[in-house]
Design a binder for this molecule. Structure first.
Ligand code: NAG
Ligand code: NAG
Ligand code: NAG
Ligand code: NAG
Length: 471
């Protein structure tokens, strides 16, 4: 048999090409798609569920909930000499009392995870995130790498993360479970040693942080992982890209997990599934999440909080509207008490949010931003849009004077139809609102307020409209 030049060429080139092809297939299938570099990790698409969810809850619970005074940063404030905290300790505790002594007072005796899931469900939130370890370092699960500084060995004698994770999975499977895990710990001796070495060693990371992260993911399969307080060392010290490549390639949650942008100095607002930076009222190029706390002065529970320290339902809905119309998710923080209850004032706010979403959720969940975020003329109007249908939503924070609302950003057409969510006939048919085109914009006639089911804020559904051109 005589080989032609083409045959020889095919043989010479074919074998290496064949090898390269199968090597690529092998590495993408077996070794995973993502390399431990930001360039590679940043190419991972954001799992859809997160953008659709829009509303999440953050739960700050830990040893700081025991003094429940001042802030969840209690230990650091106290040791750092903040007068308010030093004075509080002098006045109320014996002189030899240490922060560790709070652990035996942490009982969580009324903790009923099923009851919590009822509140989560009523709030309309689509994901919840529990502090599994705050900067105080106390583990909210029986971490084998925590010596005994965790809730199973000292304090409640329960696996709090585990009980909540399994309650969410069995009672509210539509809600995703996530954990907050602080990379640094204020007073961990191993971390302090690394810091004395100017982070030339990373014993704290290799013996504590990484083993804990791998084990918490395997054990509870959180679909969100949130870190914080990461500014002091670069991500190379934290081995962040190594952990994240494992998380995205091999972990049990590799398909659905999302992470924030706090994985070492320089990662904030640059790397992560979503960013935690945002600028009020503007549409950023990257998915973001905005955190608000029901107690404006603290993430952890504070016994001394006054009624006015809590966000009102009006403020909450305004934040939700602004954030979602700019493409973000809103993360609402609550601080349970050391006995394991969601304080009634917080529960009430969450139930109010849920009642509002129950009527108006169509404008929030799975929505996308419209051409305009807020109105060009009338204050307190935030727009969103349906992904597929011809529906633009205007979230109206203030009931219009004389029941006449002017929208400067909206151009009606012959096909325009406008409804108000929660304004229906007795057989639940939407009632069309009358409107009038202006030179620019539109004036919409609202019904009598008492005929509308929604409270606190209202949502117009508009089809057949466009953005006004003359602005
Ligand atoms: C503090 O010291 C007093 C007196 O020495 C002792 O009775 C008490 O048990 C100590 N308390 C703690 C929390 O160590
Ligand atoms: C870090 O500091 C400790 C204690 O000072 C020392 O034993 C250790 O060798 C140092 N490690 C590095 C990598 O410098
Ligand atoms: C983790 O990071 C340290 C410090 O940057 C580095 O020396 C070490 O090789 C990394 N570990 C792994 C397994 O990549
Ligand atoms: C719309 O939002 C932007 C950014 O927050 C603000 O500057 C502007 O005043 C708002 N417009 C109205 C009419 O409220």
């Amino acid at each position: 048999m005589v080989l032609s030049k083409a045959n020889i060429l095919a043989l010479v080139l074919g074998y290496p090409l064949f090898t390269v092809f199968w090597t690529v297939v092998f590495w993408t299938r077996i070794a995973g798609r993502y390399q431990p570099t930001w360039e590679s990790l940043d190419t991972r698409p954001l799992p859809d569920w997160y953008d659709n969810a829009k509303v999440g809850l953050l739960i700050h619970w830990g040893l700081f909930s025991v003094p429940s005074f001042g802030s969840e940063r209690f230990w650091q404030e106290w040791k750092g000499g903040n007068h308010k905290f030093v004075h509080f300790m002098m006045k109320n505790y014996p002189p030899n009392f240490t922060y560790q002594d709070f652990a035996s007072q942490f009982k969580a005796e009324f903790f009923d995870p099923k009851e919590w899931t009822e509140v989560f469900e009523a709030s309309g939130a689509r994901y919840i995130i529990l502090t599994s370890k705050h900067q105080e370092g106390y583990g909210m699960w029986p971490s084998p790498y925590s010596w005994n500084w965790n809730c199973k060995d000292v304090g409640p004698n329960k696996d709090l993360v585990g009980e909540l994770a399994s309650a969410v999975k069995s009672y509210t499977p539509q809600i995703r479970f996530g954990v907050y895990y602080s990379l640094p710990e204020w007073f961990n001796p191993l971390y302090e040693l690394d810091r004395k070495n100017h982070s030339k060693s990373n014993t704290y990371v290799s013996t504590k942080v990484l083993p804990e992260l791998y084990s918490i993911v395997r054990r509870y399969q959180p679909e969100i992982i949130v870190s914080e307080d990461d500014e002091r060392e670069p991500d190379s010290y934290w081995n962040s890209t190594l952990f994240l490549s494992w998380l995205f390639n091999e972990s049990p949650v590799r398909r659905t997990v999302v992470v924030n942008d706090r994985w070492g100095s320089g990662t904030f607002c640059r790397h992560g599934s979503y960013f935690t930076c945002y600028s009020a009222g503007t549409l950023p190029p990257h998915k973001f999440e905005r955190r608000i706390s029901l107690d404006r002065h603290s993430l952890g529970y504070r016994r001394e909080a006054r009624l006015g320290d809590y966000l009102s339902i009006y403020e909450l809905i305004a934040s939700i509207a602004e954030t979602v119309s700019c493409g973000g998710n809103i993360l609402i923080n609550i601080g349970p008490s050391p006995d394991g209850r969601i304080p009634p004032i917080m529960e009430e706010r969450l139930r109010q949010v849920g009642a509002w979403l129950d009527v108006n959720g169509e404008a929030i969940y799975a929505s996308i931003p419209w051409t305009h975020q807020n109105d060009t003329i009338t204050r307190g109007i935030w727009y969103t849009k349906d992904k597929d249908l011809d529906r633009t939503y205007a979230i109206v924070l203030n009931w219009p004077e004389d029941c006449l609302l002017f929208l400067g950003a909206v151009e009606p057409s012959k096909e325009t139809k406008i409804f108000l969510l929660g304004y229906e006939t007795p057989d639940a048919k939407f009632i069309r609102l009358k409107f009038e085109a202006r030179l620019t914009g539109i004036t919409i006639a609202f019904p009598d307020m008492s005929e509308v089911r929604s409270k606190w804020a209202w949502v117009l559904v508009m089809s057949g409209i466009g953005p006004a051109l003359l602005l």
